[in-house]
Write a protein that binds this ligand. Structure first.
Ligand code: BG6
Length: 474
């Protein structure tokens, strides 16, 4: 058997794309609430539109999402039917601290997650919880300027303390920041930053430093409260290939990968890598680091490394190369050897094995694939069924690659959670029609639909995969 007996099969979600109930239970306004669907979404997530208010003409899909807030029992029961061993979800920060800087948490928010975790436990599903998944209270942006302000560390620390204490014994696996490297590409979503051309890079690196310190603090506090807690970092991964064997292309690919590895170098090895320090010095983006930061980072590396993988990336040293394609906020050239999804995301299962090996070779820590999947249009047939063979095919090939990485290459992998195990709002496009789930949710891009849940063909397939511990992929 290639997969260990305790391998954590499951699915992944995020509060802002799933929960809804944005103004219920004492929850405060969050950055993710005010990101619209439509043409302003990408500029907004990239911090190019400086607003913290709703605009009358816009549609905000995160407000209702798929209403997990009221339907979590039904949804978790469906996950249990598939045999999930784990369920990845995230905390809405503004549910616990509505403004972000309060001294006391909001009990209603805490109770909501407690009930969700208990519901998971009822079915022996292990919650895997991201502390922040693109999520920050609006008040912290308005009053403090988001993560570029050092005070955010203190507020995040308070949040962590409350979470680890309250959910001790209920949650073993925590992730500190979802896709921490997204801050370089979508700074409003990743850190509540608006882009100011003058200070853009400096501001970003300052915010990054704060997030890295906060992440190390979270690890420290978690271990103090309960030494059995496992804390992971989370990277938007996918190796970068060189466009050709021209050494210039190869070197460019190495540099591109370092843009992401840089974060994990700090979180897993506990120190800023030399190449990053030199680069920050050269480009005048060196963040202010306070006394004690270096020691904190060094003494509190993460226990495991988690990542999302949708595709590999391709780069060239020649700025004139064209043919770029879409790819999860990360620019990439079109790879002629790969096919692509309906949204242009390239499909590369072997790339997952390559990525697993590269990360494992570099850090030698347990890995966890916490996102992978195919966003596709689904059709509901006249009899109500959804024949999503394309999704099964995508997942099957990626699971095979993961199996090879374990069985042949010896990678230490804790688990696999497919992205959007139940259809939810797309982070990139704000659409509902970009579906990843095993469970279909009746809702369209404009908020119409009953929100009713139904099982796709892939639901039954994944159930079989899990019950055979990855041996039966047919
Ligand atoms: C990851 C994010 O980048 O990709 C998720 O962590 C996101 O939040 C997922 O939903 C898929 O991207 P998209 O744009 O298809 O929703």
């Amino acid at each position: 058997m290639s997969f260990p007996n305790n391998f954590l099969w499951g699915g992944a979600t995020a509060a802002n794309q799933l929960e809804g109930g944005w103004n219920e239970g004492g929850r405060g306004l969050a950055n993710v609430d005010i990101i619209p669907h439509g043409k302003n979404r990408v500029p907004m997530t990239a911090g190019l539109i400086n607003t913290l208010d709703f605009d009358e003409g816009e549609n905000y899909p995160g407000l209702e999402s798929i209403d997990f807030y009221h339907r979590y029992k039904e949804d978790i029961a469906l996950f249990a039917q598939m045999g999930f061993k784990t369920f990845r979800m995230s905390i809405g920060w503004s549910r616990i601290f509505p403004k972000g800087d309060e001294l006391e948490p909001n009990e209603e928010g805490l109770l909501f997650y407690e009930n969700v975790f208990k519901e998971c436990k009822k079915y022996n599903i292990e919650p895997l919880v991201t502390i922040t998944h693109f999520d920050i209270p609006v008040y912290l942006i308005k009053e403090y300027g988001g993560w570029k302000n050092r005070q955010l560390i203190e507020f995040y620390e308070r949040l962590c303390r409350v979470l680890f204490t309250r959910y001790k014994g209920l949650v073993k696996y925590w992730l500190t920041f979802n896709e921490i490297n997204i801050i370089l590409h979508l700074p409003f979503m990743g850190a509540g930053l608006f882009v100011d051309k003058e200070t853009e890079m400096k501001g970003k690196y300052q915010a990054i430093h704060h997030e890295l310190v906060a992440s190390a603090l979270a690890t420290k506090i978690a271990h103090e409260i309960d030494p059995s807690i496992m804390v992971g970092c989370m990277l938007a991964a996918g190796n970068t290939y060189a466009y050709s064997c021209d050494p210039k292309d190869v070197f460019k690919a190495l540099q591109k990968d370092r843009e992401g590895y840089f974060f994990v170098d700090v979180q897993a090895r506990g120190e800023y890598p030399k190449y990053a320090l030199l680069q920050m010095e050269r480009e005048d983006t060196m963040p202010i680091m306070e006394q004690g930061d270096k020691e904190l980072l060094k003494e509190n590396p993460v226990d495991f490394i988690s990542f999302s993988y949708y595709s590999s990336r391709l780069t060239s040293a020649d700025p004139l190369k064209n043919g770029t394609t879409e790819g999860n906020a990360f620019e990439t050239l079109k790879n002629p050897y790969l096919t692509a999804s309906d949204w242009g995301w390239q499909i590369d299962p072997l790339g997952l094995r390559i990525t697993l090996n590269s990360i494992y070779d570099r850090y030698q820590k347990p890995l966890f694939i916490v996102e992978n999947g195919l966003g596709a249009y689904d059709t509901v047939e006249a009899d109500g069924s959804i024949q999503d063979d394309y999704r099964i095919e995508y997942l099957r090939e990626h699971i095979k690659a993961m199996k090879d990485a374990i069985e042949i290459d010896g990678v230490d992998l804790l688990g696999y959670t497919t992205w959007g195990c139940i259809d939810l709002v797309s982070a990139g496009s704000g659409e509902m029609s970009k579906r990843y789930g095993f469970i279909y949710v009746d809702k369209d891009d404009y908020g119409n639909g009953t929100l009713e849940r139904s099982k796709k063909k892939s639901f039954y397939w994944y159930k079989k995969v899990i019950s055979s511990n990855g041996e039966d992929l047919n």
